[in-house]
Design a protein around this ligand. Structure first.
Ligand SMILES: Nc1ncnc2c1ncn2[C@@H]1O[C@H](COP(=O)(O)OP(=O)(O)OP(=O)(O)O)[C@@H](O)[C@H]1O
Length: 266
């Protein structure tokens, strides 16, 4: 840890000792095939229930790889991951899928099915738990699921656009559908990988406000990657940072400024 991180890391850990962990990352190391240097090594951190944590770092620092390693979408070479106290590292097949389904994912590109309605795309969040045509289309969906999907669309401010095809939505609206789809999964933790990267500043702010509101209202744990240090400072309780293959920053967001965080990229 850098001098920027050390005292602040202690503070973040001490203040949350009594809280349950959503995600525990212990000694995670990843090296891609054919490369000698690891993307990151011996990364350790805990994220507590209801915490909002931003992950920062320069291009290529390993942020997306770390996020994916946390749910084993990319296999780490070493280390343990615990989701809500349950070890993920030893799970395989259906067990792994079941554990992973407790994590909602929102990506930079929203990955919606363009020709289908907002409602149907939100219903697809149910596929994490149940397969079958009732979760592929709004026409076949059970009333209870339709109602839940409409509720989540309402939560993201899109109740009036439930019938619109996703290729007819703006980038910001589509990202809100992707968030509603992740909520449909009823995750215990939400991962977001640069969720505002393709949006204009105003739309990006709307999306981050929405995450903050959802996180507060539902005590939902949020772990997001961002290149906007302003977003990290404003919307996260805590900021962690990757540099030179190591976790070199772990601080409460209130203890940093835009200038000091920009220094982390130097
Ligand atoms: N599948 C892969 N095979 C080999 N190398 C990879 C693979 N995926 C990523 N990398 C390398 O790992 C490093 C970290 O990439 P990653 O996408 O995690 O960084 P990042 O911090 O998210 O970057 P950005 O901010 O640009 O999105 C990069 O050097 C990248 O080239």
């Amino acid at each position: 840890m850098t001098s920027l991180a050390s005292p602040l890391l202690q503070q973040a850990v001490v203040s949350d000792q009594s809280t349950a962990s959503s995600l525990q990352v212990q000694g995670l190391t990843k090296r891609f095939h054919g490369t000698t240097a690891p993307v990151f090594k011996n990364v350790c951190f805990n994220i507590y229930k209801g915490q909002s944590v931003a992950l920062i770092g320069a291009n290529g620092a390993g942020k997306s790889t770390l996020l994916r390693c946390c749910v084993r979408l990319i296999e780490p070479d070493e280390g343990n991951i615990l989701l809500s106290g349950e070890t993920l590292s030893s799970k395989k097949g259906r067990e792994l899928k079941k554990a992973r389904n407790r994590v909602g994912f929102v990506f930079q590109k929203h990955c919606l099915v363009p020709r289908l309605s907002a409602l149907t795309n939100v219903l697809h969040g149910n596929l994490a738990h149940r397969s079958g045509p009732r979760n592929w289309s709004q026409c076949w969906a059970r009333q209870v699921d339709r109602d839940r999907a409409l509720h989540y669309l309402d939560q993201v401010g899109l109740a009036d656009l439930w019938h619109k095809r996703c290729d007819q939505l703006s980038g910001g609206q589509a990202q809100r559908v992707a968030i509603a789809r992740a909520l449909m999964q009823e995750p215990s933790i939400l991962f977001a990988d640069e969720p505002t990267a393709s949006l204009d500043p105003k739309s990006g702010q709307v999306i981050m406000e929405l995450f903050a509101k959802l996180s507060r209202a539902q005590n939902l744990t949020l772990f997001f990657v961002s290149h906007h240090v302003e977003h990290a400072l404003h919307y996260a309780d805590r900021i962690i940072g990757l540099r030179d293959s190591e976790l070199q920053l772990d601080c409460a967001s209130g203890t940093e400024t835009t200038v000091s965080l920009r220094g982390f990229y130097a």
